[in-house]
Ligand binder design. Structure first.
Ligand code: PEP
Ligand code: MN
Length: 359
């Protein structure tokens, strides 16, 4: 799958880089929509977002104005020159988005989880030249995210992009949706031409973390940001806690540092190359040590087999874990990191011993 290059669609549409998509969570009233749009007109935002059909967790809350709000967005485009973007969640939404000439359509997290819904949308917008962005599914499943993008691509939708909005989790966290950055990084590695936009609003679930998450996204070379913006956030009809005022968006964009793609100065390049050589040598050493450790594990496996002893020796494992965490922390490595690494090593060791014992 090779979607049209992001820079091509950015150039074609004369969009900024990083792309800034801003606007309210929901299109509440025509006045509210116009007020936010006019305030965003002179900011870094080049695309205006607003939810017209709102997927809500419980019924009885505001579920969007539907088709009635689409002419409001057309007015935004006419009066401000901003491109307009909405979420579509089924074939009917998709057809209406095309009918009202919406520039950018996005599939929400609750839609990407459902291949039937994605397929239905892909068929409804077959061959469209509109930009279509696919939010990550609610659960941390890279394949499902890719599957959504592929379904659209197979139907001739080529101006594709992804939106990273974090993943729902039972784990207690400062985030509303945990970013799990490695997942969008893996997506980018697999499909380098597909642009990824970060949505710090739905990741944070509050206003405070938006700058920090946006900066991480730019440091990781995300192609854009989607930030929920409202003139009166506290009174918003949905996602009130996470929306920011347009003036705050301007501050955030001013403070964010956009990093260069690569080192350009000769001196920095040779320094970097020397450091990279050292890193490569360290990686070789790490692999050698791991493989030597595994050889020892296998000898222990043989001894366990001879004496018919169980593989898991929990007391010993707990001792190892405690020791490595203590030593690691003394050397400036975090407990979480050491735990992850040593649990992985332990699992690989068990797998090697399983093979020996059951051979
Ligand atoms: C939204 O963008 O307002 C939205 C509903 O987002 P998500 O699909 O990420 O929950
Ligand atoms: Mn929202």
């Amino acid at each position: 799958m090779k979607s049209k290059n992001f820079s091509t669609w950015l150039d074609n549409m004369k969009l900024s880089h990083p792309l800034v998509i801003a606007g309210p969570c929901s299109a509440e009233t025509e006045e509210q929509v116009m007020a936010v749009a006019h305030e965003l007109k002179n900011t870094d935002a080049t695309v205006f977002r607003a939810g017209v059909w709102k997927p809500r967790t419980r019924p009885g809350t505001f579920e969007g104005n539907g088709e009635k709000a689409l002419p409001w967005l057309q007015r935004v485009k006419k009066e401000t020159g901003l491109l307009i973007a909405i979420e579509i969640a089924n074939a009917e939404h998709a057809k209406l988005a095309l009918k009202y000439d919406i520039d950018i359509l996005w599939l929400g997290a609750r839609t990407t989880v459902n291949p039937f819904a994605v397929q239905e949308i892909a068929e409804a917008i077959q061959g469209t030249e509109k930009i279509v962005l696919v939010k990550n599914p609610i659960n941390p499943d890279l394949e499902l995210w890719i599957g959504g993008i592929e379904r659209l691509f197979k139907m001739g939708v080529e101006n594709l992009g992804a939106i990273h909005r974090g993943f729902s989790s039972f784990r207690k966290s400062k985030y509303r949706n945990i970013p799990s950055w490695q997942i969008p990084i893996d997506l980018k590695a697999k499909y380098p031409t597909i642009p990824i936009i970060n949505d710090p609003s739905h990741i944070c679930g509050n206003r405070d973390g938006i700058f920090e998450v946006s900066q991480i996204a730019l440091d990781l070379k995300f192609d854009g940001l989607m930030i929920e913006t409202h003139c009166n956030p506290d009174e918003a009809w949905s996602d009130a806690k996470q929306q920011i005022k347009p003036a705050r968006l301007v501050e955030i964009m001013d403070e964010l540092k956009v990093r260069k793609d690569r080192f350009v100065k000769e001196k920095s390049i040779s320094k970097l190359n020397a450091l990279r050589k050292e890193i490569n040598a360290k990686d070789d050493q790490l692999l050698e040590t791991l493989s030597e450790r595994m050889a020892l594990v296998e000898s222990i496996g043989k001894a366990k087999k001879e004496s018919n002893v169980a593989i898991l020796q929990n007391t010993r494992w707990q001792e190892i874990l405690k020791k490595v965490i203590d030593t690691g922390e003394e050397q400036g490595l975090s407990k979480i990191f050491i735990e992850k690494i040593f649990k992985a090593i332990h699992q690989e060791s068990i797998a090697h011993q399983e093979k020996i014992i059951n051979d």
